[in-house]
Design a protein around this ligand. Sequence first.
Ligand code: PEP
Ligand code: MN
Length: 369
Amino acid sequence: MIIVLKADTEADSPEVRRLLEFAEGFPDVTTQIHRIQGATRSVTEVYLIGRTGVIPTEPFEEFACVEKVVRVTEKYRAIGRHAGGVDAVGFQYNGVHISQDTLHVLPGLCAVDTQANVEIMFKALAQHGIQTSRAGAYKPRTSPYDFQGHGAACLPYLFELAGKYGIRIVSMEVTRESHIEEIQKALADTGQATGVMLQIGTRNAQNFELLKAVGQQTELPVLFKRGMGITLEESLNACEYVASGGNRRIAFCLRGMKTNLGDPHRNFVDFGHVPAIKRLTRLPVCIDPSHSVGSRAVSPDGLLDVFHVTAQGVIAGANLVLVDFHPHPEQALCDGPQALLLEELPRFLDDVAIAREAYEKRRARAAGR
Ligand code: PEP
Ligand code: MN
């Protein structure tokens, strides 16, 4: 059961304390309190955990601080929408607001290779007013002989350069718990020059210990990538691990599914699921066209498949676009063949803007405007 408190309620007020005591008076029930910071308002929610099915909602509704009481009707207790009972307020991180209504593009290097390439990349983003990027330092590779990322060694210059070019969020995969501390330390050493969104890669989608670790810290948000060979339900349950640890700043990323049927794309593009994730969960939805398509294939109309699938995700309401770029893809140590070129950045952004405008028009029509 989720108790949504009224907007101006202080979480440590006497009335909220009485509410918690009352809830904990029921057998086998514990409580958790969560404050979700949105762009224009913050929402405080009390979660009742345990045998809540037998608890009546009415006594809770009588507390003056309570806006509404929502019975958890689906499996995804923390990330779920509960049949529209709870709002998707999104989250704020390092001055950037991310929600089911916003759109941010995160172009960047799949993997950090050289300091020079990082600088060229961030400089190009700054020239286009982009404050969000991607850059992998820890790379989980299919072959143990492939480049595994520069690890903690590249973090100081990566974060310094991000700060220099006004990048507020760098999305970066972590593959083990100690990486979180390495990132936090490097951020502190640079005076928090930038911010990091901890990426859970598709290969770790069910690494529950890692999910608990990123969920139990609340400093850095998490970009959870759908598992490429498991059901959506399994992926959402795995994502719930992050939220159940206490971290509610999570975005859910679609990145294509493994099919191995000789398809033209590296993975079967699943961006038709953008609205479904928004309906099932409160999470902002990210799309990763690069790892979905996996190549620079061009369609007869002259548009790259990466452009096409990006537009498909954005016109369906995606909130984040994680996309591989590289100043010299032939030198890239990871995923060069799918990287877009820096000279393609303006056209890519333009294409995204066209698709977003179309989405907004469609949405307005649906709302009868
Ligand atoms: C990545 O984004 O760098 C990556 C490895 O993606 P995925 O986990 O989706 O394969
Ligand atoms: Mn990659």
